[in-house]
Design a protein around this ligand. Structure first.
Ligand code: NAD
Ligand code: WQD
Length: 338
């Protein structure tokens, strides 16, 4: 079985390529490397002892997609390619709507023409409206997004749902990720953000490795046990395995279904810092700062549907996530540039 992975050189994509190869799938990647390094794919091949096929190019390039579908018998597509930085999306909405929506439109048109009608999409917990009660179920209210990035995920879900409605042969899995962190246990692949990290764990690891002075904790006056924000962090290897489960699902079903990929457990910012320090024995200086605009106090998943329908459950602990994040960062202090 062959899977086309868009954005396969990126953080989640590279870990998923590894799990797909390990599970016996053929893997074809298209990535324009706008936010990744091809070393990730070299290392995936070294770790697995298997090869994958790589096309460097843009998913909005319909001619290239046509060639890829002609040259490869593809059974299913996993669509990771997209821009993902929330504050950048507020500053550059054009770039986000163009990239994140047009990749999906051009890709699904090429798929329709090639007769490939199974797609797994990287959605996000950000599609859920802020006024839901926790835990978030797939039936919780979506929309009212607070930034263009979130809207692109919401709109892409609508586009894919519409396609599955228009042609009943399509099978669409919308995977709503919560907060992926960690790295492959080898420390050979991991998250390598460009510039100053926006997300908590890469910031923590860059402070721990000495690239940043201290962590700013964005607010300690939320209505949470220690006052800091609570999120559902999940190990990227568990998340990657969730995609292998979703491949099996789209092969066996038609229609459009959303699935939460999270652990169902929330941890606070201070839980994260304290566990990281305890597990790895490295200091992470922090200062309490003001709240970050747009942040919610608490966000965690109800993962029951994924367990029941996909047969997938996150298995790795917070200690595993902190250990593996640090293993990657300490072995690659400047990411793939080392
Ligand atoms: P990433 O930036 O590491 O990976 C995205 C990859 O897509 C990169 O390799 C980039 O070069 C590529 N890409 C972007 N636009 C492209 C285009 N037009 N053509 C070809 N390649 C293109 O990000 P990630 O963390 O691995 O996220 C993967 C997906 O999951 C994204 O769609 C993201 O929005 C979504 N997601 C991520 C998170 C998270 O916290 N990391 C959470 C929820 C959803
Ligand atoms: C986690 C917690 C912060 C950085 C974002 C996107 C979401 C999804 C995942 C793609 C919060 C706190 C953070 C820092 C801090 N991405 N924090 N100091 O905001 O839950 O979700 O990434 O889809 O769409 O919005 O993740 O890692 O940025 O923040 O105190 O330097 O850490 O306030 O409570 P978030 P995050």
């Amino acid at each position: 079985m062959n899977v086309l992975v868009t954005g396969g050189a990126g953080y989640i994509g590279s870990h998923t390529c590894l799990e797909l190869l390990e599970s016996g799938c053929g893997v074809i990647v298209i990535d324009n490397l706008c936010n990744s390094n091809p070393k990730s794919l070299q290392r995936v091949q070294e770790l697995t002892g298997k090869t994958l096929k790589f096309y460097q190019g843009d998913v909005r390039d319909g001619a290239l997609l046509k060639t890829i579908f002609q040259e490869n018998p593809i059974d299913c597509v996993i669509h990771f390619a997209g821009l993902k930085c929330v504050p950048e999306s507020v500053a550059k909405p054009w770039a986000y709507y163009d990239n994140n929506l047009n990749t999906t439109l051009v890709l699904t048109k090429a798929m329709q023409e090639a007769g490939v009608k199974r797609i797994i999409f990287s959605s996000s917990a950000t599609v859920y409206a802020a006024d839901n009660t926790m835990p978030l179920k797939e039936t919780s209210r979506t929309g009212d997004c607070t930034n263009p990035y979130g809207w692109t995920k919401y709109m892409t879900e609508q586009i894919l749902s519409g396609i599955a409605h228009a042609d009943e042969k399509w099978s669409v899995a919308l995977l709503r990720y919560f907060n992926p962190i960690g790295a492959h246990e080898s420390g050979r692949i991991g998250e390598d953000p460009r510039g100053i990290p926006n997300n908590l764990m890469p910031y923590i690891t860059q402070v721990a490795v000495g690239r940043r002075d201290h962590l700013s904790v964005y607010g300690n006056d939320y209505n949470t046990p220690d006052g800091t924000g609570v999120r559902d962090y999940l190990h990227v290897v568990d998340l990657a395995k969730g995609h292998v489960a979703a491949v099996k699902y789209v092969l066996a079903h038609t229609g459009c279904e959303a699935f939460n990929l999270g652990t169902g457990v929330g941890y606070s910012v201070l839980d994260m810092v304290n566990t990281f320090v305890q597990v790895n024995g490295v200091p992470v200086p922090y200062e309490i700062g003001p709240r970050r605009p747009g942040d919610v106090a608490v966000c965690y998943a109800a993962p029951d549907k994924s367990a029941q329908v996909l047969g997938w459950k996150a298995e790795r602990t917070l200690a595993d996530m902190c250990r593996d994040s640090w293993n990657w960062q300490s072995k690659n202090s400047t990411g793939y540039d080392d």
